[in-house]
Design a protein around this ligand. Sequence first.
Ligand SMILES: [Zn+2]
Length: 413
Amino acid sequence: MSAAELALRGARVVGHDGPVDILVSGGRIASLARPGEAAEAAREIAAGGRLVIPGFVDSHIHLDKACLNGRCGHLQGGPGGLKAAIAAVSALKRDFTVEDVHRRGARVIEKAIARGTTHMRTHVEVDPRVGLRSFEAIRALRRDYAWALDLSICVFPQEGLTNDPGTAELLEAALAGGADLLGGCPYTDTDPAAHVAALFDLARRHDVDLDFHVDFDLDPGWNHLELILRHTEAAGYGGRVAVGHATKLSAMDPAVRDALADRMAGAGVALTVLPATDLYLMGREADRRVPRGLAPLHLLAARGVTGSIATNNVLNPFTPFGDGSLLRMANLYANAAQVDPGAFPLCLDLVTRQPARLMRLAGYGIAPGNPADLVVLDAAGPAEAVAEIAEPILGFKAGRASFERPAARLLPP
Ligand SMILES: [Zn+2]
């Protein structure tokens, strides 16, 4: 066997007790060896006992409506909240051009790459207002940044399907044009049940996965999750369906919530929590004791639900914050959900391995034969990485260096 092109030595890898050397050949992980056992490689890098991960997996982000803060000045002093955010973007997106969406999306993708993200699923709005312009821009971004990031495109009807003539045809066109999967948003449709049924029908005809925005309020009295569970079971779609937000889960009686969690685990419906958006938009009706409105994902994950913590929105009316760091999202979740430090490693899992499972990524993980997607974090282990929002200092995509962010250095007098 020829010499490896890269050796990343002394790496801490989840699932391995001591430090390991990661050998890379032909863009793939050739082997994992105990320190000192593997021959020299063309390029030698010392990880110094730092944690190395296969990159963060952002399973839910909206690149098409990112970086709109400056354009939403009319919202200042307004009511805020979810409806106002949807209305603000609805008005703006009529003027979106392919170039505009590409520019804003690229800004976020570059931030995410530099923060260690190697895989991403972006939701893209498709409807008669914006047509396929955002989709076309995102499709170009998928090609332009393939050197650092695998981008999966989920097209969806943000403003409803059955109430928005022409939208179904546009979704079909996007699927024919290279979209990877379908999203849904039953709470904005005048007929949520028909919305969900139509999307399951469309997904089955195109053999694509589904990812819904659901139950984005704090009323425990009703939900769309059970509707999606029934369709998933009936369609035999277990493992191919995810729901995002489901903030109602934070307002339910714990016994009811646990029963729903068990049904989700059994049916194979995954849950994505979007802490930056959920915390920013929920509970606005309260003038004191504001509820956090965050689905308790770590409790659901403990019952076998596949989970994901993701970014959702960046610098727009839904979330006027964001630097593309998924580790910041894991930390924000852990903090707001009052997660015990013993479960910090689970929080890292919820931005790496579990969203990879949610997205059914093939070849994700630091194991021989997989693409050499590797990100070095300035931390000794998962708990420390989550607690301190460790800096990603170096990244590789398929064995090629994709970013570097040298550790800060103090300059004493
Ligand atoms: Zn979303």
